[in-house]
Design a protein around this ligand. Structure first.
Ligand SMILES: Cc1ncc(COP(=O)(O)O)c(C=O)c1O
Length: 284
């Protein structure tokens, strides 16, 4: 069953609990994480919790719990839900204060939901996804996983309206990332992805993929690349916690390579699945 948690209490997911002057609600003044649970085990949980701490520090929010406490809350919530395959979202907001842009020193809030995992259709992995290029209209601190997602939402919506799975964002002539994913390209057997700057989120899946590539002797280069470089790639894929690795079939209706998922993409996805399945024991 789906369950929620707010400031120390487990609740029903649809229970009304957010006070009207909660700054997360008023301003999107907070940060969040998303973890996927496979066979009752949250994948790469510590990495996600560490990123939450960095995001919170990036906007001067002091988390109401220690990282160990957050880990315990996540694990207890999953147990309580009884779900084997689940999605866990957790948010830390600046808390409740009379509405004012400048913020007083209030105690932060922590909320969490556990729900059944949504599945990406098998066909999307087998055939790849369609994408469009859009101008990256986001702010200058995209390394922070902020609750403020308006540009991401609007770009994703525009993509979806045209039957595309993802919008790939372009800033100053270079690909940054997807609205909710990182972007990889394979050219002549070499893996390319955008370097970590404040223009992109340091994806946990991105990091895992780079380590897996190294273990498989796939050379990877973190380097800025243009939409033209992407269009001329042999293979391309997006990565995220929710989709893992999803091959890109087309960008702006132009096929990538022969339009079929490439060998490097498939190899890396198999390795990621192995890491995921092998991680069961280490989180028990
Ligand atoms: C903007 C953005 N970039 C990249 C990612 C991928 O990050 P991760 O692999 O940690 O899920 C996400 C995930 O939601 C995202 O929102």
């Amino acid at each position: 069953m789906s369950i929620g948690f707010i400031n120390g209490q487990f609740i029903e997911i649809n229970q009304a609990v957010i006070p009207i002057e909660e700054r997360g609600h008023q301003f999107g003044d907070g940060v969040y994480e998303f973890v996927k649970v496979y066979n009752s085990v949250p994948f790469l949980l510590e990495e996600h919790i560490n990123r939450l701490e960095k995001s919170a520090a990036g906007i001067d929010i002091k988390l109401p719990y220690s990282l160990g406490e957050i880990k315990a809350i996540v694990i207890e919530s999953i147990k309580k839900s009884g779900l084997k395959d689940a999605e866990v979202y957790f948010q830390a907001t600046r808390g409740i204060a009379p509405r004012n842009h400048a913020f007083p020193d209030v105690s932060s809030s922590f909320t969490l939901t556990v729900k059944p995992s949504r599945k990406v259709p098998k066909q999307s992995y087998e055939e790849g996804i369609d994408t469009i290029l859009l101008e990256d209209e986001r702010w200058g601190r995209c390394h922070i996983k902020s609750l403020n997602l308006l540009p991401n939402i609007l770009a994703k919506h525009q993509a979806a309206k045209g039957g595309n799975f993802e919008a790939i964002l372009v800033k100053d002539g270079y690909v940054t990332e997807g609205t909710s994913s990182n972007v990889f390209v394979v050219k002549n057997g070499v893996l390319y992805t955008t370097p970590l700057t404040s223009n992109i989120l340091a994806g946990i899946t991105r990091e895992a993929i780079l380590k897996l590539a190294e273990s498989a002797n796939v050379v990877s280069i973190e380097k800025k690349f243009t939409p033209e470089f992407l269009s001329e790639a042999d293979e391309a894929f997006i990565s995220s916690t929710s989709v893992e690795i999803l091959p890109i079939r087309a960008v702006n209706q132009q096929l990538i390579g022969n339009g079929k998922p490439g060998e490097t993409t498939k190899t890396l996805h198999n390795l990621l699945c192995k890491l995921r399945d092998g991680s069961f024991a280490s989180f028990e």
